[in-house]
Structures are given as structure tokens and as C-alpha cells.
Design a protein around this ligand. Structure first.
Ligand code: HAS
Ligand code: CU
Length: 546
């Protein structure tokens, strides 16, 4: 496909529909975040009887679940269309997936806004929401499954037509991510359909809390990689092109993704280390697997350094760190994801702290964890998504990434990084001082310890305000790119391999093998503890409405 037809128009509309939902979610969710930081200073109360936990639920659901899922699925459709193509039938199913997800999202959002589902994005039992909230979530998941099968079919069909060829790297990566998503969402679908829906409808009196949380985290950890992997797609498969370099190693990139498929699911217990009722031996096993899932990220770090250095050397840089200067710092398509990468160094280290049993004791349920995911998700991943938008939206709307977009983007990136640095930094520190997460403002009866947190809560409000400016800037840029930037053709940057690159082992495309091993690892890590949990659980709990 030549650059002139960056993306077929009909495929562009499908991705653009997803982008609209993602960016509107950013605006709504971001506003809620701002209000939360204000409430937590203790100086401001919400008007009209709006409840803190209601806006916290809107924030979590709309940003962590809606924005991400729509952006990712839309972006992945664009990658698939560009690399392996999309037939009319596949596009039709792509639209069906979109509408099912949107219907589910709308139902869920209405329930939260009516104050009937203030259960936060993890919807832990025994907090109970209106049944429509759970039905809405089910629709989002079912819609995403349709998208999974469209992507699987796209690669399958391409492979049939090109039996001797290696699948395009980005298409391979999309299919891995969707395979992880499909296997993981089986857990959340099970708890919602078998436990939450009958319980919230009053068909059964009690819910088994530990089973529901275990099924949730079986999904909840791979969920974070479902967010991360599209960012990695851009790092491996797009950034080399933007900086004028080549893919460092196609084989290494695929290996990293396969390791994610193997290790991202059997690790959910690292969110439940302090939960009584799970045998410590199995917690230990899952912690070991958690450290194994850091390896593909370390491979990614290595690979990115190699790409940067070799691109710089190819441009004639000779000194030890000269390649660093040769990077296109003034190109927002590079700058935004690059700051995301830099943030991932402390963010990933924080993750390893969380996963360490003894340290988890210190940080669990403190606002440190909130700091952790604002650095991983809201900085590394989201800055990369913003970086993608600056070229993707123009590709979709048939406009140019002009100097104005680039300028706005650079400003946005700086504002966002500064806001997140202040907010997430103070969350990490306050967490170490014991400040709880998932909680509204409280002086804890004038406790001395709570006084120590106040300064950091102000800092969070300052960071949150800067971030909200970042959101307004991003929205302005989104509208500018959609409606007013000059018409033209923008490049869809897809990185290429060196001409003399090593060949990629064909075993990497043996889907049966990798999915087989993934299933065996999941069965190993979960079967015995799960039977134990079911057999030895305390009595279940009736619904509790906030
Ligand atoms: Fe996490 C909790 C452990 C990664 C998100 N995590 C959360 C929650 C979220 C989340 C949302 O073990 C809260 C859930 C809730 O509501 O309760 N996390 C980890 C570990 C990793 C990790 C081991 N998390 C992520 C990512 C997320 C995310 C990614 C979102 C996208 N996390 C935990 C644990 C908890 C947890 C516990 C539970 C805590 C509790 O008690 O509740 C690892 O995957 C991290 C590996 C990463 C690395 C870094 C590699 C660095 C790279 C950058 C290279 C930079 C370059 C630039 C090339 C080893 C790839 C260089 C340029 C220069 C100029 C220097
Ligand atoms: Cu996790």
C-alpha cells in the first residue's frame, strides 16, 4: 500500500469513531480527576450532593476502562488495516463491535451518573451496583470479543493468502494483545455473569467475595498489559521510523510479546498478597511469575536503547552519548512517547516494589499504588497514545501534522509531564507516609499521622490542575487536527527492518504452541488455590449499597 492511500477511507472512519469516544472520555474523566484532588485537600466540598465515590467511579471507569479500550481497539484496527488489510465483512463486524461496546458504555455510565453504581472501577463485592451496571460491562466485554475475532480473522486470512511469508510485525502484536485480552476477560465475564448479576438481581442472597476478587484479578493484571502493549507496538514498530532508524530486531520484539502472552495472566495474586484465604505458597509462585513478566519489559528497554543508539550512529554520531542529541526532540511524535519511556523506568521499579511481598505490606491500599498507576498508565501509556494521536488523527482525517499541531503537542507533553510528576510524586510519598487510597478527605479524628499528608494532598491538587490544563490543550489539539489543520496526506509511519537483518524463527508464529503453554501456566498457577478458595471460603456476603 503506498503512502498516498495512508488508510482506506472506510477503515479510517471506523478508527475515528473509536477516537471520538476515547477523547470525549478523556475530557469527562479528567474533569472528575480534578474534582477529586480538590476534595482531598479538605477545603472544597462537592455541590448538588454529588458524592466523592461517585465521581471516583466515573473517573476510574471512564479513563481506565472506556478511554483505553476504545483507543486501543481503534488504533489496532488501523494497524491491521494498514498491514494486512480489512475486508468489507470484517469492517462490518468491526462496526458491530463498536456499537455493542458503546451501548454497554452508555448503560454503565448512566447508572454511575444516577448514583446507583458508586463501586469504583474494581467493583469489589460486597459493594453492590444496579444490575444494569453489570449488564453494561458485559456488553463492553462482548463487543470487544467481536473485535478480537475480527483481528484474528484478518491475520488468518492474510496468512492464507501469503503462506510462506512472515506476518507483519504490528499485525502479529495486535493478535497477541487480543489473545491476552480474550483469555483474561473470561475471568471477569465469569464473575459478572455467574456471581454479580444474579446477586444484584436478588436471585441469590450472598456473594463469595474471595472468589469474585480472584476472578477479577485474574483479569485485572493482564488488563494492564492490554494497555501497555499498544504502547509497545508504537515503540517497536513505529518510533524507529519516526527517528529515521530501523527495527532493532524483529525476532526480539516478537519474543517479548510472546513472553507477555505466557506470563501476564498467571500473576493476579500480586494484587491479593494481603488477602487472607489464599495459600502463601501459591502467592509465592505467582510473585515469581510476576518477576518473570518484567523480563519482556527489560528486553524492550534494551531494544529501545539499541534503536536510539544505532539511529544516532547511522547519522554519524561518534561519541558515547552523541546519539542522544541526534534524536528528533522537536518532533512531538517522538517526544511524547519518549517521555513516556523515561517515566517507565521509575514506574516499572515501583511495580517491582509492589510485587515484593514484604514491601507490598507497606504500600498496599495506600495512595502509593495510585501514584504507581498514574506513572504507568497515565504517563507511560497515555503519553504514548497522545504521541500516536498526533500522526494518526491527521491520517484518519486527511490532514497534515502541521507546525501548529506539533507546537501544541510539545506544549501538551510538557504540561502533562509536569502535572503527572507533581501529582504522582506526591502520591508516592504520601503513600509511604501511610495515606490511604480509595478514600475521601478525612482528618482521622485529628490523628498526627494524617496531618503529615495534607501538604502532599495540596501538591496533588496542584498537579491535578496542571493536568487538567493538559487535557484542555489535548482536546483543543484533537479538534484542530480533526476539523481545521491543512488538508493533505500524512505519513502512516511503519518501521522497517535492516536489509541484512537476521531471519525471525518461524516457531514464533506457532500459535497453538504459545497459547497452549499460556493455558498450562494459568492452570498451574490457579487450579489448586482456586479449589482451596471455593472449598474453604467463609460465608458469603449480602449486597451493600453505598
Ligand atoms: Fe502495576 C498495581 C506490579 C506494571 C498498572 N498496577 C497496579 C494498579 C494498576 C497498575 C492500575 O505486584 C492498581 C490496581 C488497583 O486498582 O488496585 N505493575 C507491577 C509490576 C509491573 C507493573 C511488577 N502496572 C504496570 C503497568 C501498568 C500498571 C505497565 C499500566 C499500564 N502493580 C503491581 C502490583 C500491584 C500493581 C504488585 C498491586 C499493588 C497493591 O498492593 O495493590 C511491571 O510490568 C513493570 C515492569 C517494567 C519495567 C520497566 C522497563 C522500562 C522500560 C523503559 C525504557 C526506557 C527507555 C528510554 C528506552 C521493568 C521499558 C530511555 C531514555 C533515557 C533518556 C533514559
Ligand atoms: Cu498487576
Amino acid at each position: 500500500m503506498d503512502i498516498k492511500s495512508a488508510l482506506p477511507k472506510k477503515d479510517a472512519s471506523l478508527t475515528m469513531a473509536h477516537m471520538w469516544v476515547a477523547f470525549i472520555s478523556l475530557l469527562i474523566g479528567g474533569l472528575m480527576g480534578l474534582l477529586q484532588t480538590f476534595v482531598r485537600t479538605g477545603k472544597i466540598t462537592l455541590p448538588f450532593g454529588i458524592d466523592y465515590y461517585q465521581i471516583l467511579t466515573v473517573h476510574g471507569v471512564i479513563l481506565a476502562l472506556v478511554l483505553t479500550t476504545f483507543f486501543i481497539i481503534g488504533f489496532q484496527f488501523a494497524l491491521m488495516s494498514k498491514t494486512v488489510g480489512m475486508s468489507d465483512g470484517q469492517r462490518k463486524w468491526g462496526w458491530i463491535a463498536f456499537w455493542i461496546m458503546l451501548l454497554g458504555t452508555t448503560a454503565t455510565a448512566i447508572m454511575i451518573l444516577l448514583g446507583k453504581a458508586s463501586v469504583l472501577y474494581t467493583f469489589y463485592a460486597p459493594l453492590a451496583a444496579h444490575p444494569i451496571f453489570y449488564f453494561g460491562l458485559t456488553f463492553v466485554v462482548v463487543g470487544s470479543w467481536v473485535a478480537c475475532f475480527v483481528n484474528f480473522h484478518q491475520l488468518f486470512k492474510w496468512k492464507k493468502q501469503n503462506p510462506r511469508e512472515k506476518s507483519p510485525l504490528l499485525a502479529f502484536m495486535v493478535v497477541i494483545n487480543m489473545a491476552i485480552w480474550f483469555i483474561a476477560t473470561l475471568g471477569v465475564a465469569a464473575t459478572v455473569l455467574i456471581q454479580f448479576i444474579p446477586w444484584s438481581l436478588g436471585l441469590v442472597d450472598e456473594i463469595n467475595i474471595l472468589v469474585s476478587r480472584t476472578l477479577f484479578w485474574y483479569f485485572g493484571h493482564p488488563l494492564v498489559y492490554f494497555w501497555l502493549l499498544p504502547a509497545y507496538m508504537a515503540w517497536y514498530g513505529i518510533i524507529p521510523k519516526i527517528i529515521g532508524g530501523k527495527i532493532f530486531s524483529d525476532g526480539l520484539a516478537r519474543l517479548a510479546f510472546i513472553l507477555f502472552l505466557l506470563f501476564s495472566i498467571p500473576v493476579g495474586f500480586h494484587h491479593q498478597l494481603l488477602e487472607p484465604g489464599i495459600d502463601p505458597f501459591w502467592k509465592y509462585i505467582q510473585v515469581v511469575l510476576t518477576f518473570a513478566v518484567a523480563i519482556p519489559s527489560l528486553l524492550t528497554a534494551f531494544s529501545m536503547f539499541a534503536v536510539f543508539e544505532s539511529a544516532g550512529r547511522a547519522k554519524g554520531e561518534r561519541s558515547l552519548f552523541g546519539w542522544f542529541k541526534a534524536l528528533p526532540w522537536k518532533d512531538v511524535r517522538f517526544l511524547a512517547p519518549m517521555i513516556g519511556m523515561i517515566a517507565f523506568i521509575p514506574a516499572g521499579a515501583g511495580g517491582l516494589v509492589n510485587a515484593s511481598n514484604q514491601l507490598n505490606l507497606v504500600v498496599h491500599n495506600t495512595i502509593w499504588v495510585t501514584g504507581h498507576f498514574h506513572l504507568t498508565l497515565a504517563t507511560t501509556v497515555i503519553l504514548t497514545f497522545f504521541g500516536i494521536s498526533y500522526w494518526l488523527i491527521p491520517v484518519l482525517t486527511g490532514r497534515k501534522l502541521d507546525a501548529k499541531t506539533n507546537r501544541l503537542g510539545i506544549m501538551q507533553t510538557i504540561v502533562w509531564s509536569l502535572g503527572m510528576f507533581i501529582m504522582s510524586g506526591s502520591m508516592h510519598i504520601a503513600g509511604l507516609l501511610g495515606a490511604p487510597r480509595r478514600s475521601s478527605f478525612s482528618e482521622y479524628n485529628g490523628s498526627e499521622q494524617a496531618v503529615e499528608w495534607i501538604g502532599y494532598q495540596y501538591a496533588q491538587a496542584i498537579g491535578g490542575s496542571i493536568l487538567f490544563i493538559g487535557i484542555l490543550l489535548m482536546m483543543y489539539t484533537f479538534f484542530y487536527m480533526t476539523f481545521s489543520a491543512p488538508k493533505g496526506i500524512e505519513e502512516f509511519p511503519i518501521a522497517e527492518e535492516e536489509l541484512n537483518a537476521d531471519t525471525t524463527p518461524t516457531i514464533f508464529e506457532n500459535w497453538r504452541l504459545w497459547i497452549g503453554i499460556a493455558v498450562v501456566l494459568i492452570a498451574f498457577a490457579y487450579t489448586i488455590p482456586f479449589i482451596d478458595i471455593i472449598q474453604n471460603s467463609p460465608p458469603g456476603a449480602p449486597p451493600f449499597q453505598w
